[in-house]
Design a protein around this ligand. Structure first.
Ligand code: ZN
Length: 128
């Protein structure tokens, strides 16, 4: 099986929402900034006053790489490793699923999809 992320006290709400099919990120109550990955402090203004907000799940591919060498057991190669910029601002590393390696392009619109790995659901992206 592919590796699963370690769930910490800080990231637990992110994974719980994903398991329910919702894509949530921390939003700062002081500056309204959204960030990923979840942290205790806002990376924009260092406030610790944050709430969880549901994201649109939409974004675009900033850059990508086609992976041909599996990093560990369970990965089917080739696959697409990408940095997606979310509509709400944050960037996140993810896989582009339901897309052939020849069809992915920089600037391509994508939407969130949840990949099941064991007991967790991992937010990933697919062509919009
Ligand atoms: Zn802030």
């Amino acid at each position: 099986m592919k590796p699963v992320p370690e769930i910490s006290e800080v990231t637990e709400p992110y994974w719980r929402a994903a398991a329910e099919g919702r894509f949530m990120l921390p939003r700062c109550n002081a500056c309204d900034g959204v960030h990923h990955p979840p942290r205790r402090w806002c990376p924009h203004c260092w406030s610790q006053d944050m709430s969880w907000a549901e994201m649109s799940g939409r974004g675009h591919v900033m850059t990508f790489s086609i992976v041909h060498q599996p990093p560990s057991e369970g990965f089917e190669v080739p696959y697409i490793l990408a940095v997606v910029k979310l509509e709400e601002g944050p960037q996140m590393m993810c896989n582009i699923l339901k897309c052939t390696t020849g069809d992915v392009t920089i600037g391509m619109g994508v939407s969130v999809i949840f990949e099941t790995r064991g007991d967790i659901a991992l937010p990933q992206f697919k062509p919009a």
